[in-house]
Design a protein around this ligand. Structure first.
Ligand code: DC
Length: 224
């Protein structure tokens, strides 16, 4: 199996790029952020604070998170309920960031991620894929962009969907999430030593995709 790990802070374009790279290679795209989001949303639905370690831990045995693919698009299910849309709501982002700091949650989702990778050539994006989940991935990319560029991208994405959002608030949330994700004790966001860093601030999606495909070709030879 060939595995491509794409890590980096929120809003760097990981999911769009990972999806493009996967479709060009004919690999499965696995969005691991969606798994953390589904746990965060489950906590919110039960009406408790996603940062409450004890309550979240107690909840875990009662939820079963699975991934499915509908027309090649990843859907996430919690106990058979499709939560793919709910996990994209703004409150789900903060809830995901909170639950992702809990070791029990990371252990809970680790097996699922490893099982998917064992069975498929895949492009997996997240925060700790190259460092923890797939330390032997053939290709590791650390994708970044400045906080302002990331906030602008998120702003455009949300306003295009008709959501009323405040740019400064988005920027503050991104800075806060970066801080949370890189300072937590377990699996913090950090660049794997053997990863290639790409700053996408001034690059188009196609440029980033081509750069990654070139790295895949160089590392994996005739793969594509
Ligand atoms: O990539 P995203 O914005 O959907 O991720 C949501 C949250 O989940 C983010 O705050 C960090 C966390 N996360 C993580 O800790 N590890 C991963 N592999 C993926 C996401």
């Amino acid at each position: 199996m060939i595995h491509i790990a794409i890590d980096g802070p929120s809003g760097a374009g990981k999911s769009t790029i990972a999806r493009l790279v996967a479709s060009r290679l004919g690999y499965m795209y696995i969005d691991t952020g969606a798994l953390y989001r589904s746990v965060g949303v489950s906590a919110l639905k039960r009406g408790f604070d996603p940062a409450d370690a004890q309550k979240v831990e107690q909840m875990l045995p009662s939820i079963r998170v699975t991934l499915g693919f509908v027309d090649g698009i990843q859907h996430v299910y919690v106990n058979e309920e499709d939560v793919s849309e709910q996990i994209r709501l703004p409150e789900a982002s903060m809830a995901a960031s909170a639950v992702s700091a809990l070791p029990a949650v990371r252990r809970f989702l680790f097996g699922l991620q490893r099982d998917l990778a064992a069975a498929h050539n895949c492009v997996m994006d997240g925060r700790d894929i190259g460092t923890v989940v797939l330390p032997d991935a053939e290709v590791k990319i650390f994708l970044t962009a400045s906080p302002e560029v990331r906030a602008r991208r998120r702003y455009l994405e949300l306003t295009q969907k008709g959501n009323a959002v405040d740019f400064d608030q988005l920027l503050q949330e991104i800075i806060q999430r970066d801080y949370n994700d890189s300072h937590r004790a377990v699996a913090p966001l950090k660049k794997a030593e053997d990863s290639v860093e790409i700053d996408s601030s001034d690059m188009s999606l196609e440029e980033v995709t081509q750069r990654i495909l070139a790295i895949v070709r160089a590392r994996c030879g005739g793969t594509k």
